[in-house]
Write a protein that binds this ligand. Structure first.
Ligand code: AKB
Length: 337
């Protein structure tokens, strides 16, 4: 008999960090992980098996298939928007080919153990693409189907993989004699920029917010790469992990769409700087916009409408902007450094 488990790819990354802790504390199902980077020691102790390798290695996935009965997949592995823009083919390989391999793996798992594999896919506000600032300001809070014209390789990858997930879930091999769809229960969240007190992201374009806070806490000056009036949605990491777990636990019959916006607060970069200066009065923050990265952030919405996530599966972030800083980020980051 194969052991039932939850699989996390990209487990050493930012979301993986918080997710492993929460899943291990809940203790409902053993965890197995895949990542190129080893897990920190305390996280390694929380998982049943750690595979070091790439999701593109078919033999690795075959080994997992032969040893474990995977019930739920959190597919977190990705190359973020700035990094994928420097190496678009590598971005496509990891973000699209990797996801396709994982979806196919989930299909094989579902076929072999007979129940749908719940597949959690973190998409992103990068799946949106607004043509200019005037349109962005006029558009305000976007619904999931609006402005799906991403300008980045990462955004294109995310949007396409949302469709691949929907295909595996509802239409897989639709011309086959027997029905093969329904083995992958695909559920996706379009994440805003995430801010964690425990980790600093790398390779993203929303990174200016976490970088600003962590630099201030370490007494390092920070030159923000976007204008002070730049506005996109953000969320505190514990709420992002809660959202993933909430969507994973939701009753499938309550879900009216495969992909959900989620939001918590949407400060401008200048407002973030003010809050950081309030928490760390000696912070040295300046603004030195990088016009190309700025253009990417300007193509992302200033806010998203998450009413369907709230109605369908009870999304309810704990942290608004003020609480995120006063109750989570500032005290915890201060303690960390
Ligand atoms: C990035 O900046 O690439 C990510 C994202 C918004 O998905 N943080």
């Amino acid at each position: 008999m194969r052991k039932p488990v939850t699989l996390i790819t990209g487990a050493s990354g930012e979301i993986g960090h918080g997710l492993i802790e929460r899943l291990a504390a809940a203790g409902e199902m053993p965890i197995i992980t895949v990542d190129l980077q080893p897990l920190p020691r305390d996280h390694r102790d929380m998982v049943d098996r750690e595979y070091l390798g790439s999701i593109l290695e078919i033999h690795l996935l075959e080994r997992i298939l032969s040893e474990f009965e995977v019930r739920t997949i959190f597919h977190l592995a990705a190359l973020l928007s700035t990094r994928a823009e420097f190496t678009p083919l590598a971005g496509h390989q990891v973000n699209v080919e990797g996801t396709l391999k994982l979806l196919d793996f989930a299909q094989s798992q579902g076929e072999s153990h007979g129940r749908p594999v719940v597949f959690l896919y973190p998409s992103s506000i990068a799946a949106y693409g607004l043509p200019d600032l005037e349109t962005k300001r006029a558009a305000g809070r976007l619904r999931e189907h609006e402005w799906n014209q991403p300008t980045t390789m990462y955004g294109c990858n995310k949007l396409y993989c949302e469709h691949l997930g929907r295909y595996y879930d509802a239409h897989y091999k639709q011309l086959a004699a027997e029905t093969l769809s329904g083995k992958v229960d695909f559920r996706s969240i379009r994440f805003p920029g995430l801010i964690s007190a425990d980790t600093v992201p790398s390779g993203g374009t929303s990174d200016y917010a976490p970088e600003m806070i962590h630099a201030a806490a370490q007494g390092r000056p920070y030159a923000c790469f976007v204008r002070p009036d730049t506005r996109i949605p953000f969320m505190a990491m514990p709420d992002a992990v809660d959202a993933l777990l909430g969507l994973a636990a939701a009753d499938r019959t309550a879900l009216t769409k495969p992909v959900y916006n989620i939001a918590a607060f949407n400060p401008s970069a200048g407002e973030i700087a003010d809050l950081v200066r309030h928490g760390f009065p000696t912070a040295e923050i300046s603004f030195a916009p990088d016009l190309k990265r700025q253009a990417i952030v300007d193509s992302w919405p200033e806010d998203v409408d998450d009413s369907t996530a709230r109605a369908d599966w009870g999304l309810a972030p704990r942290y608004d902007l003020a609480r995120a800083f006063s109750d989570y980020l500032i005290p915890r980051i201060r303690q960390r450094y």
